[in-house]
Design a binder for this molecule. Structure first.
Ligand code: NAD
Ligand code: ZN
Ligand code: ZN
Length: 344
């Protein structure tokens, strides 16, 4: 089958032919219908060789959806032909956190060498994807795989962050979204669907700010050195009650801290090297700063329910497997508006 692989550190991904996978006991084989292109892959492909954590070559794609093509021995509760989305941050299923569905924070994944598809294990950017357990598959139940596949990460990750801050996002509050790309444009919709907060979106690209407006941001601002003052003005000097940074570089993390009000939450979601010092007097009183990773299985179920209710509409650009390297290039150049999705 065809697969999009990261083969050598520092080299662009390549479309290659690899053996068709076959499901072993307990496994499920999917015919991939859609695979999302995430900026995290660009971060991964920039890591140096001496500390690179995954085995290469590696088939990319940690957002996947498809049709069940074959079942390994002993798999029950799912049938050939079912359309499903894949829960990516897979864990052991048995530790204290996995028991709560928080497989993204599995206590034993490293020890047991369990990796998400596309981030250590073979990913979804191929004609077929092998999934290790049926519990990682959520029925699409009428949702379109291409429009839905980004929800497995670009939806689930902001959902997890937003959900944590819901108690702060009461009427009269403000939420700030920094970076209105794949994750950010879904975050805006989640904030609008789940909270009465006023949403201020920031980005460096005009096209992204237009999309932010279109999907529900009340205000949009260019993310520059005047942005913090503008947010303060827009909030009457109070600052925001929740800030979601989907970039994570030093300028955006500093901005995130600068726009916080008393008791605000700051979620640093972007994978980069920004750091926000916490200590008495550094930030307004009682500000919480955290860096979440992906979301729980239960939260993915909730995100899909929200999509069924019509509350989120992911803007997608589609590409073939052969075009995947070009899609990564466009994402790297900041040219993808919404989410790029590979349709094999
Ligand atoms: P994306 O490229 O689609 O979106 C990033 C957006 O940020 C773009 O619209 C870009 O124009 C904007 N941007 C860049 N520099 C900016 C700045 N200085 N100020 C404001 N906006 C700026 O990327 P994505 O796929 O949505 O991923 C966003 C980030 O989240 C990436 O760093 C990715 O690695 C990370 N991520 C983290 C998790 C997690 O679990 N923590 C999960 C998925 C993705
Ligand atoms: Zn991702
Ligand atoms: Zn576990």
């Amino acid at each position: 089958m065809k697969a999009v692989q990261y083969r050598e550190v520092g080299q662009p991904p390549e479309v290659v032919t690899v053996p068709d996978p076959e499901p072993g006991p307990g496994q499920v084989l999917l015919k991939v219908a859609a695979a999302g292109v995430c900026h995290s892959d660009i971060a991964v492909m920039s890591w140096p060789a001496d500390t690179f954590p995954f085995q290469l070559p590696m088939t990319l794609g940690h957002e996947g959806a498809g049709t069940v093509a074959a079942l390994g021995d002993g798999v029950t509760g799912i049938a050939e032909g079912d359309l499903v989305a894949v829960y990516g941050p897979q864990g052991c299923g048995r530790c204290a956190l996995c028991m709560q569905g928080k497989e993204n924070y599995c206590l034993r994944a490293a020890e047991l060498d369990i990796n998400p598809p596309g981030l250590g294990a073979p990913g979804a950017m191929a004609e077929y994807l092998l999934v290790d357990d049926a519990r990682f598959l959520l029925p699409l139940d009428g949702l379109d795989p291409v429009k839905t596949v980004p929800l497995t990460d670009a939806g689930l990750t902001p959902y997890h962050a937003v959900k944590r801050s819901l108690p702060k996002l009461v009427p009269g509050s403000t939420a700030v979204v920094i970076g209105a790309g794949g994750l950010g444009h879904v975050a805006i919709q989640l904030l609008r669907a789940l909270t009465p907060a006023r949403v201020i979106a920031l980005d460096v690209a005009e096209q992204k700010l237009e999309l932010a407006k279109q999907v529900g941001a009340h205000e949009t601002l260019v993310s520059d050195d005047k942005a913090a003052d503008r947010v303060k003005e827009l909030t009457g000097g109070r600052g925001a009650q929740a800030v979601f940074d989907f970039v994570g570089v030093q300028p955006t993390v500093t901005l995130a801290g600068a726009v916080t009000g008393v008791e605000a939450d700051v979620a640093i979601v972007g994978v980069a090297d920004g750091a926000l010092p916490v200590g008495f007097g550094r930030l307004p009183y009682d500000v919480s700063v955290f860096s979440p990773y992906w979301g729980s299985r239960g939260e993915l179920h909730e995100v899909l329910e929200l999509a069924r209710a019509g509350a989120v509409d992911v803007h997608v650009e589609t590409y073939s497997l052969d075009e995947a390297p070009a899609a990564y290039e466009r994402l790297h150049e900041g040219k993808v508006n919404g989410r790029a999705v590979i349709v094999p």
